[in-house]
Design a protein around this ligand. Structure first.
Ligand code: ATP
Ligand code: MG
Length: 377
């Protein structure tokens, strides 16, 4: 077994968005140095990295050179070509490993893997032409057609009700392959975050309850106010997926609880996740520190909830009339404002989040929503 990677070493993070930035800040607090690779020279993590490489994720030579100067490579984005990760792995351990990232990074591959390994997913079909898409929609309607690569925050997704809509959606998305999912009657959305070390030790955070608008996360709160049996079921399901994928690092599992009581996997992500930002406030360890522990093979903290905590995303839409006025939010007891230092605010772009802690999950959710309301009033 290899030795743990101790503070003083350098962690290379592929992807310099807010997830890379927040992971890097946790790593720095623990005593590690941080390098970042991102195609955007003005990426959010630049400010916290001692070295930032500006290169596309598929630039094999750049990724290899990046890996040769760090002690371990991790990622904040799964859309990294396998060839690049494999090249990096010749120079430093890459966690999670290329095979796991490859399985998860394509929606069709991921969904097919989940289904073939017996994990519960909604009805779906993988299609590669407008005609196939039309047929799938006729069989499963109503549906959501989703692109298989590169979609996030509900992008590359179209809701359709009939055959004709299915064909149009495929053309509109313009990808060679799509997943057609039956539109589910969802009662609740939750997610589970699990960390896993190379030796197999795993630890999960209390599930979050998540609220989306237009396919994008609006707010999230933990612990999710669902009963103990459901919580256990969700955590066991998430851990079994994490273990089966052989993840070293983090795996977020997004789950649907349907109106008829089924627990189904929506999708997974092998990295920190927007629905666990609240762990910085309410849990005994943050998802970011836990990631560092996992990839450096330090003992994992068994996360406990210290206090219920919620987050509310701040999208670029809040910047339409310039920088929002945070004065009232800052003044609210229990509320904090987290900004990612991104230079250009665009509608739908995640610019930061608000967090709030309170005595119950419901109160934390209400408080963070009230804080948000002060920004848009
Ligand atoms: P993100 O990056 O925010 O996780 P994404 O673009 O990967 O989003 P999904 O997670 O697949 O997209 O879907 C976003 C949201 O759309 C879900 O959280 C859910 O609210 C809704 N949704 C997705 N699939 C279905 C479905 N089959 N039936 C009903 N609602 C769905
Ligand atoms: Mg999702």
């Amino acid at each position: 077994m290899s030795a743990p990677i101790l503070p003083g070493a350098t962690i290379g993070i592929v992807g310099g968005g807010q997830l890379g930035r927040l992971t890097g800040m946790a790593a720095r607090a623990m005593g590690y140095d941080v390098h970042v690779l991102d195609p955007d020279p003005a990426c959010a993590a630049r400010a916290i990295a001692s070295r930032t490489v500006t290169a596309p994720y598929g630039d094999i030579a750049a990724v290899e050179d990046f890996a040769s100067r760090v002690h371990v490579v991790t990622l904040e984005i799964e859309q990294v070509p396998s060839e690049a990760l494999a090249a990096a792995a010749m120079h430093a351990p890459v966690h999670p490993a290329v095979a796991a990232v490859h399985t998860v990074q394509d929606r069709a591959r991921q969904k097919s893997w989940l289904a073939s390994h017996g994990f519960p997913v909604g009805l779906m079909r993988v299609v590669t032409s407008a005609h196939e898409c039309a047929d799938a929609v006729r069989a499963l309607a109503p549906c959501i057609v989703k692109s298989t690569m590169g979609g996030y925050d509900g992008r590359g997704q179209v809701r359709v009700h009939d055959r004709e809509g299915g064909a149009q959606a495929f053309t509109r998305i313009g990808a060679p392959c799509c997943v057609v999912e039956q539109f589910l009657d969802i009662a609740t959305e939750i997610s589970v975050m699990t960390a896993r070390r190379a030796g197999g030790q795993m630890a999960s955070f209390a599930p979050s309850l998540n609220h989306h608008d237009d396919g994008i996360l609006t707010w999230s709160v933990a612990p999710a106010p669902v009963d103990a049996h459901r919580t256990r079921e969700a955590v066991e399901l998430a851990q079994s997926i994490t273990d089966r994928l052989g993840i070293v690092g983090l795996l977020a599992v997004e789950l649907f609880i349907t109106a008829d009581g089924r627990l189904l996997v929506n999708e997974t992500a092998p990295r920190p996740h927007n629905t666990f930002h609240q762990t910085e406030r309410g849990a005994s360890v943050s998802q970011f520190e836990q990631l560092v522990r996992a990839v450096c093979d330090l003992p994992l903290e068994t996360p406990t909830t210290l206090v219920p905590a919620a987050i509310h995303n701040l999208l670029g839409d809040c910047w339409t009339n310039g920088e929002p006025d945070f004065t009232r939010a800052w003044a609210m007891p229990g509320v904090r404002v987290h900004l990612y230092g991104k230079p250009g605010a665009r509608p739908g772009r995640k610019m930061g989040h608000l967090s709030a802690v309170a005595d119950t999950s419901e109160h934390a959710r209400d408080l963070v929503r009230a804080a948000y309301a002060t920004l848009i009033a």
